[in-house]
Design a protein around this ligand. Structure first.
Ligand code: MF3
Ligand code: CO
Ligand code: CO
Length: 271
């Protein structure tokens, strides 16, 4: 077995499926509310209440991530326009033309499910729409790049190659991650790979579970963490960033996308 990467048995897999299924059901519930005029804190409150009403735990609330970050104050990350990830919900209202990523993670009976979607608010610019489309398609390119006993780096190699064709850049400072009883664990899942990249050498075995969550930027791949809240991540050039995320279980026959439902955007969806 690959060092440090858990391989989940049949019972574990049912736990993982149930957690992701609930998380995806929460995203289904939320989707119609992500519209102009809603405050991001109102979306977060809905996530809190829905999760608690179903007897589950919002995994982000109080989460300690990077060593220097304070406990995360809310139930979701809501990242608008130039915010790459870890946007903290607040009184900001969603406005026509925004692109906004809503990232939700739930703890259900000891197992985590993690996913995100980028929404276009009202009418967005053609360049914003294109970024959202390429990011969504890049996630699926990553999903299709994996097979049992392939390598983690196959994901990043496929996504990087795909995204570069459109002149966009892949964020390097934040990655996908193994998931299960822990929110974040091995393996790290980079969304880029090119000659000389050292990470991604692990073999993907049946029973591994991890996220694929590319963050794609219009301009530079470089990011900055907010000096005041120590969480909010922005593009260095303040150009747009988009992201999609699914939780994936590798089975004996191929990847199973645990956080997909029939209500969400399907593969090949046109935004
Ligand atoms: N959901 C994010 C991810 O995809 C992590 C958010 S950690 C938090 O990995 F503390 F900011 F919520
Ligand atoms: Co997430
Ligand atoms: Co994640």
């Amino acid at each position: 077995m690959a060092k440090g990467i858990p391989l989940y048995n049949a019972d574990d897999r049912e736990g993982l499926r149930a957690a992701s299924r609930f998380n995806a059901q929460l995203m289904d519930f939320l989707r119609p509310h992500v519209k102009p005029g809603i405050k991001t804190i109102e979306i977060d409150q809905m996530i809190h209440d829905y999760t608690r009403d179903h007897g589950h735990i919002p995994a982000c609330l109080g989460y300690h991530g990077p060593a220097n970050a304070p406990a995360y104050p809310n139930c979701s990350c809501i990242s608008i326009n130039e915010v790459v990830c870890h946007g903290i919900p607040d009184d900001r209202e969603l406005r026509d033309g925004d692109i906004v990523n809503v990232d939700i993670t739930t703890l259900v009976n000891g197992w985590h499910g993690d996913q995100s979607e980028t929404f276009m608010i009202g009418e967005v610019s053609e360049s914003a729409r294109r970024l959202v489309q390429v990011t969504f398609d890049a996630m699926w390119v990553g999903i299709h790049a994996i097979r049992p006993f392939g390598y983690v780096r196959d994901i990043g190699a496929a996504i990087y190659h795909y995204v570069k064709q459109f002149g966009f850049e892949v964020v390097r400072d934040f990655q996908g991650h193994g998931i299960g009883r822990n929110f974040h664990q091995e393996p790290g899942v980079p969304h880029f790979w090119f000659k000389g990249t050292k990470s991604g050498s692990q073999v993907i075995r049946p029973g591994m579970c991890f996220t694929i969550e590319p963050m794609i930027n219009e301009g530079t791949w470089k990011t900055v963490v907010d000096k005041f809240d120590n969480w909010t991540v922005r593009t260095l050039d303040n150009k747009l960033s988009a992201q999609f995320e699914h939780t994936i279980l590798m089975t004996d026959t191929g990847p199973e996308v645990l956080t997909a439902t029939k209500d969400g955007p399907q593969e090949n969806h046109k935004f």
